[in-house]
Design a protein around this ligand. Structure first.
Ligand SMILES: [Zn+2]
Length: 145
C-alpha cells in the first residue's frame, strides 16, 4: 500500500518497503516497515523505516514520525523479551543509506552501541538462516506468524 511514486530508484530501503528487494521483514503497514539488520551488533538488531523516502527522520511529517516511533516502541519491547538484554538502544545515524531508519539494538553491554567492530565494519555476519529464525520469533511475538 506504499506510494511507489515517492520511492527513489537505487535506494535499497525504498526497494525493501515496496517489496522489490528481499529481506527478513518482521512488520509492515501502510507507512512503516521493520526488518532484520543484515549486519547486526547483536542478534535481534532490527531496523524500522518509513515507507516513504525521506533522508532524515526529522524531515518526516509528524504523522509518519509517530507511526515509525510506535513501531519502534513495539519492536523494542519484543526485542527485550526475546534477547533479554540489559537495555534496548536506539541509534539514528544514516551514513550508509540515505533513507531515514531507526536501529533497534539489544544492548547486553553499555558499549554495544559504540561497538568498534560495528564502526569498523568487522562484525561477524549472521547467516541467512539465523536472520530468518530471529525474524520468525519476532513475527510470532507480534502474532503475525
Ligand atoms: Zn528510500
Amino acid at each position: 500500500m506504499t506510494n511507489l511514486a515517492e520511492h527513489q530508484p537505487d535506494c535499497p530501503f525504498c526497494a525493501i518497503a515496496s517489496g522489490a528487494l528481499g529481506c527478513h521483514k518482521v512488520y509492515a503497514d501502510a507507512s512503516v516497515t521493520a526488518f532484520m539488520d543484515k549486519n547486526p551488533i547483536n542478534p535481534y538488531h532490527l531496523l524500522v523505516i518509513p515507507n516513504v523516502h525521506v533522508a532524515d527522520f526529522y524531515e518526516l511529517d509528524d504523522a509518519t514520525y509517530v507511526a515509525v516511533m510506535r513501531v519502534v516502541k513495539k519492536m523494542a519491547a519484543i526485542v527485550k523479551s526475546l534477547a533479554a538484554p540489559q537495555k534496548v538502544g536506539l541509534v539514528v545515524a544514516g551514513f550508509d543509506v540515505p533513507h531515514a531508519h531507526i536501529h533497534v539494538i539489544p544492548m547486553h553491554d553499555y558499549h554495544d552501541i559504540t561497538s568498534r567492530h560495528y564502526i569498523e565494519g568487522t562484525l561477524v555476519r549472521p547467516d541467512d538462516a539465523e536472520l530468518a529464525r530471529n525474524a520468525a520469533e519476532i513475527k510470532s511475538a507480534l502474532g503475525m506468524s
